[in-house]
Design a protein around this ligand. Structure first.
Ligand SMILES: Nc1ncnc2c1ncn2[C@@H]1O[C@H](COP(=O)(O)OP(=O)(O)OP(=O)(O)O)[C@@H](O)[C@H]1O
Ligand SMILES: Nc1nc2c(ncn2[C@@H]2O[C@H](COP(=O)(O)O)[C@@H](O)[C@H]2O)c(=O)[nH]1
Length: 417
């Protein structure tokens, strides 16, 4: 339980008549979901630099300080809030550029319900909203020594500006030529365990006696750079990612035979005999699970490297793209040809004073709110119909359009009509 915010909770909602589902007063907003009122704003109980969240439980009359996961938005002079689908709140910060003004506070999504089981108390999670989308990440799994790393290197070499590697954390010692931050983030177990508890990992697993994990940031920095993310993780990790909010393509690489797998592991000469034995024992279980679980979208046999590499490209790029490879400029998979990215209104800097309303999956943001409204003031339409991802990562797929309220009409089906 926490200290009550500086206003009287019983009259909370009556005091904030400000648009559809929006109740705002000063730097705080209040959104009611069932018996709970989520009060957003004011100081966070851990840091005054970020927006705080408190929950008022109407049935007991108590204030709760929830566990707040994710990257918290910095405080601003004001924000608006809109309830979406009953399980997340869109927070629009005033005085912020468009790449930092949209935030989602998840309060009842599957991720939150899962986290509440672990933490044993109320959990909410912030997820930064990002305009536009990126292509689905690719998860590559398979037993140690099968050739995952070799195939991924080929892909990165052929298409350096299209793909980015998710740099995992691990507690294992670096091999001779491995660089910290490039091949892995080499970590202490105690540090990694604490960061896992703090919700910083998308997935983690104990693999061959060490801890390995993909941080939320490892995947998001690749997507932020506009690249398609590739994850090299074991089968347990792939299962966790499948259960997460990350929409990915899952590929399992299998060896032509167990003997060949052993030969490759030995020839690589990076492990001790004891470690090779452990990896081979684990390989049997991984092969069984990989081939039979239905977890993977594609299973590829890495016999001849070159043909496996070609099959890998076909498995996540539409066949037509591969077929068109000879007609260079049309390709999605041709290095040097930039994908046409959607452009958004550039200097969107929403004022503190703005009004929001919701029509289906569209949020109308009126920037000339109240008595100062001029005919020339902009109205923005934020389209949420293609949302992807969410906590613990970013929420992508937001589309923002500028419109002139005096000439354009907005309806539920079309952007504008
Ligand atoms: N098709 C292939 N034919 C023969 N050798 C191969 C083939 N593919 C990869 N190799 C070799 O097998 C060894 C293991 O490959 P690699 O390190 O890429 O495996 P991995 O699946 O990434 O292993 P780990 O999971 O332990 O990181 C390397 O020495 C690599 O050169
Ligand atoms: N679940 C996860 N597994 C991972 C991750 N990063 C790597 N791995 C897997 O570990 C083994 C061993 O790797 P090695 O570099 O020690 O040979 C291999 O199967 C990788 O796929 C991770 O972040 N999560």
């Amino acid at each position: 339980m926490g200290e009550a915010p500086a206003f009287f909770a019983d009259s909370l909602l009556g005091d904030f008549p400000n648009g559809v589902d929006l109740k705002s007063k000063g730097h705080k907003t209040a959104i009611c979901i069932g018996s709970k009122i989520y009060v957003i704003g004011g100081a966070d109980h851990e840091s005054t630099a970020v927006i705080g969240v408190q929950i008022f439980e109407k049935s007991s009359g108590e204030w709760i300080n929830p566990t707040v996961l994710g990257t918290k938005p910095k405080v601003s002079n004001g924000h608006s809030a809109v309830l979406l689908n009953g399980d997340r709140i869109l927070v629009i910060k005033g005085n912020s550029k468009s790449d930092g003004c949209f935030w989602f506070l998840e309060v009842g999504t599957p991720f939150i319900r899962e986290q509440e089981k672990t933490h044993g108390n109320e959990v909410v999670a912030w997820s930064k909203g990002v305009l536009g989308n990126v292509e689905k990440p690719i998860v590559i799994s398979g037993p140690s020594g099968v050739g995952k790393g070799t195939l991924i290197s080929e892909l990165m070499k052929e298409f350096p500006s299209m793909f980015g590697f998710s740099v995992s954390h691990t507690t294992r010692a670096p091999r001779e030529k491995e660089q910290n931050g490039f091949h892995y983030h080499f970590s202490d177990r105690s540090v990694m365990e604490r960061e896992i508890k703090d919700g910083k990992f998308l997935e983690f697993a104990s693999v061959h006696g060490n801890l390995y994990g993909t941080s939320v940031e490892a995947v998001e920095v690749v997507a932020d750079a506009g690249k398609r993310c590739i994850l090299d993780i074991d089968v347990q990790g792939a299962r966790s990612v499948r259960a997460s909010s990350l929409d990915a393509i899952f590929i399992f690489i299998s060896p032509p035979s167990f003997e060949e797998l052993e030969k490759r592991l030995r020839a690589r000469a990076t492990e001790t005999e004891e470690q090779i034995q452990k990896r081979l024992r684990n390989a049997r279980a991984e092969l069984e699970q990989g081939k039979s679980s239905g977890l993977f979208d594609h299973i590829l046999v890495n016999d001849d490297l070159e043909s496996c590499y070609e099959n890998l490209k076909v498995s996540f790029a539409p066949l037509i793209v591969i077929f068109l490879k000879s007609c260079k400029n049309i390709l999605g998979l041709t290095e040097g040809v930039k994908t046409a990215h959607k452009t958004y209104p550039e200097l969107v800097d929403l004022p503190v004073e703005h009004l929001v309303s919701k029509i289906d999956q569209k949020i109308l943001i009126n920037c000339g709110a109240g008595e100062y409204q001029k005919a020339s003031d902009n109205m923005y339409v934020l389209d949420l119909s293609l949302l992807k991802g969410g906590a613990p990562g970013r929420t992508r797929g937001l589309n923002l359009f500028v419109t002139n309220p005096s000439t354009d009409r907005v309806n539920g089906d079309n952007q504008l009509s």
